[in-house]
Design a protein around this ligand. Structure first.
Ligand code: ADP
Ligand code: MG
Length: 735
């Protein structure tokens, strides 16, 4: 090692143009692929490796089985079949033996697979007049036709296959050449983890890891190399999250809200002693007792809220697990300390619903207010959305600033410039899993900036999207986490059926009529038609008319879609709640949070078009009371994934189990979508496969950041700086 060992930063400072075979044209092509320096190249990992040291003879290929064949193109010819289809016939050879490869409807293959090209062909082996053949295989060109250095040594060993780009004109083979040169030029790499740590976590050193993944001499080197590189990816991510938390704790002034754990034991129907907290009064007067999970979670929240470190907690609970009462109790802790609470909902419909429910639940609770006659008044809940305008809005703003509003419920409009609080003590964000780390930080800063009392409000983020544990550690790793893992007693699983035949579909509509006849309510969810709300609304209108005149003739059928005015939506929702509307035909606007306990059946049209998490959310609109509820999925699924989603939904009502399936089907890409930018992305790591590595990296990260000597880890800090922008670096690393 010694002084020569290089940091990743040093690699990032070597432009690709310094490589031997990279001239201006190649530089541009690589730049188009996002590869500008040697570090970019070294973290461009092979998609797979082909072990040429243990080659299979073409003649040994078994007809009917899948195989990967590395061979050189001998000839290729394009022609038309008698039916007029384009056909490219290719003959490839390996070690003197030949195989035929046929491509239908891929005329461009003739230009790609010219004699001399070496490629890997993946496909099913068939027999064509005594010769082995593949039809429409997947092709990875390894060595292109011209201009490349045909290094027999490389072709004969283990070949790493890179995500090559036809468009940029860089083959996997060339890419391998650039990577190899980069590795050789880089020399020994500095390892930010010392020997002891590496041995604790069974990690090979960094230099071995990069060589092992790019240029293995034995396939046995690949797995340990990958393990180390995955560990590093997770470690960087977890270090950043842990540092954010540490800085947050150091730089903030939180509120010590009053909290007495004994209050959570209040029994409904009991009379609380005079002078009891609002929390106790509320729970003693409530319709139901808390579940054990709700009490446990409120214990977590109470501990956070009564500590001077601002709460930054995620509350995860499946649909119907009872998050609302938890949030409300938390808000009351805040009101108990004479501070204000804010609830942010993603839509106006939800904000409205929350405000209504909160008012009903808080009826009769009194707080001190020296500015009113008698020095006491009811707890005041106000709704503030973009629709609240004019005098009404001015009045609410005035009361918020004075402290005459205890709880304000709203949408993003809560963050507009003119909203000021006397003393904002807590913020609850409902169903906002789409928020990223930055937005949450912004929200907290805003909370502080808008308040006369300069404190950092406690933040509780609630989500019903069951995120697998590993994904939560990545997406929400900066938050503490509580899970409501118990449903209120007496709930029955929603009976879910995929109605495919005409008879089954008829039975579904019959069920809707029966439930309505029994005094309950039904939802019909219209297909997702396009990204345009307008088009979607039009189709919902048509579907409502069709249903009202056919399947559901004689019933009172209402309509809810995203293009309706706020007041109209409220009107429809309250009619539906009251039973004046019996069946609500709706677009996905009902997806999150809508709570009408009398609804016992939901029909989802063209169900395959929805994502699994979305379907589970939609189904959660029913089964919110003791009555047996039903969910019908309509429509055939034209894709295998669609079938898998619907079958999963029929098979399970457990949101967490479904989330695992979803992750399996979609991969982590979508989940991590908005998480972070730039190079900190997980390139090699896979959340499902690498859960154990994630846990280990996380535990090391927490240990490192919690220790007093964190600031001494120069090498790690220098490396992390590469993965964040300057502003964040200043915040995290104090310079
Ligand atoms: P979530 O928001 O988690 O989907 P809600 O808070 O809307 O769930 O609660 C779902 C339903 O269960 C509501 O009708 C609520 O009143 C009821 N509920 C919540 N907690 C309990 C409990 N401990 N016992 C009985 N019913 C409960
Ligand atoms: Mg809810």
């Amino acid at each position: 090692m010694g002084a020569a060992a290089r940091r990743l930063r040093a690699l990032s400072e070597i432009p690709v143009s310094q490589l031997r075979h990279v001239g201006p044209q190649r530089t541009a092509a690589l730049a188009a692929l996002g590869l500008e320096n040697v570090l970019d190249l070294l973290t461009l990992f092979p998609r797979r490796h082909i072990d040429r040291t243990r080659r299979v003879d073409l003649s040994d290929l078994t007809v009917g089985e899948e195989a990967a064949v590395f061979a050189e193109v001998r000839s290729s010819a394009a022609r038309r079949t008698r039916q007029g289809k384009s056909l490219v016939d290719v003959t490839v050879v390996d070690d003197g033996e030949t195989m035929k490869v046929a491509f239908f409807n891929q005329p461009w293959r003739a230009a790609q697979l010219v004699p001399g090209v070496q490629a890997i062909f993946f496909g099913k082996v068939s027999d064509f007049r005594g010769t082995r053949q593949m039809t429409n295989p997947v092709v990875d060109v390894v060595v292109g036709a011209s201009g490349e250095d045909h290094d027999a040594r490389r072709v004969g060993g283990i070949v790493a296959l890179y995500p090559a780009s036809e468009k940029a004109g860089v083959t996997s083979w060339e890419m391998g050449g650039f990577v190899e040169e980069s590795l050789r030029r880089a020399g020994p790499l500095l390892d930010p983890l010392d020997e002891a740590v590496r041995s604790d976590y069974s990690l090979v050193d960094r230099t071995a890891a990069f060589w092992g993944i790019h240029l293995p001499t034995d396939m046995a080197q690949v797995a340990p190399a990958r393990r180390r590189l995955v560990f590093d990816e997770f470690l960087r991510l977890q270090l950043l999250l842990a540092l954010r938390r540490r800085r947050l704790h150091e730089s903030s002034t939180g509120v010590r809200h009053p909290f007495d754990p004994a209050d959570l034991e209040a029994i409904p129907g009991s009379s609380p002693p005079p002078g009891s907290s609002l929390v106790r009064q509320f729970l003693a007067a409530h319709r139901f007792a808390l579940t054990r999970a709700q009490r446990r979670v409120l214990g977590d929240i109470g501990r956070d809220m009564s500590s001077p470190i601002p709460m930054h907690r995620l509350l995860q609970g499946d649909v119907g697990s009872g998050k609302t009462v938890v949030a409300l109790t938390a808000l009351l802790m805040c009101v108990d300390g004479a501070r204000q609470g804010a609830v942010m909902a993603p839509t106006e419909v939800l904000a409205e619903q929350h405000a209504q429910a909160l008012r009903a639940d808080l009826a009769g609770l009194r707080v001190r207010d020296d500015e009113v006659l008698g020095g006491e008044r009811d707890v005041v809940v106000r709704l503030l959305t973009g629709r609240v305008k004019g005098k009404e809005r001015q009045a609410i703003l005035r009361e918020l600033a004075r402290g005459g509003v205890d709880i304000v419920v709203g949408t993003h409009a809560l963050l507009s410039e003119d909203v000021r609080f006397r003393s904002l003590g807590a913020i609850v964000i409902d169903e906002q899993h789409r928020f990223g780390v930055e937005q949450r930080a912004l929200l907290r800063d805003q909370g502080r900036a808008r308040s006369d009392e300069p404190v950092d409000p406690d933040v509780l983020v609630m989500t019903a999207t069951p995120i697998p544990r590993t994904a939560a550690m990545v997406v929400f790793g900066d938050l503490d986490r509580s899970v409501l893992d118990e449903m209120p007693a007496g709930r029955r699983a929603v009976a879910t059926a995929w109605a495919r035949s005409t008879t089954e579909v008829e039975a579904a509509w019959r069920r809707v009529r029966e439930e309505v006849a029994a005094g309950r309510r039904a939802y019909v969810v219209c297909p997702l038609v396009s990204d345009s709300e307008r088009v979607e609304a039009t189709s919902a209108v048509a579907e409502r008319t069709r249903l009202a005149t056919h399947e559901l003739r004689g019933l009172s059928v209402g309509l809810l879609h995203g293009q309706m005015k706020g007041a109209e939506k409220d009107e429809v929702m309250s009619q539906f709640r009251a039973g004046e509307i019996q069946v609500l035909v709706a677009t996905v606007v009902i997806e999150v949070g809508v709570d009408v306990a009398a609804a016992s059946v939901i029909v989802i049209e063209d169900a395959w078009r929805f994502g699994l998490a979305q379907l589970h959310q939609l189904r959660g609109r029913v089964g919110r009371a003791d009555a047996q509820s039903f969910c019908f999925l309509l429509g055939e699924a034209p894709t295998p994934d669609g079938v898998a989603r619907l079958e999963a939904l029929v098979g399970s009502t457990d949101g967490f189990a479904l989330a695992e399936v979803d992750l399996e089907l979609r991969g982590e890409g979508t989940l991590l979508g908005a998480r972070q930018r730039g190079r900190s992305d997980l390139r090699l790591a896979n959340l499902r496969r690498d859960e154990d590595i994630l846990l280990q990296a996380r535990s090391l990260a927490l240990e490192l950041v919690a220790g007093d000597s964190w600031e001494e880890h120069d090498d790690l800090i220098d490396e992390l700086r590469l993965f964040v922008d300057d502003e964040e670096a200043r915040y995290l690393f104090r310079s």
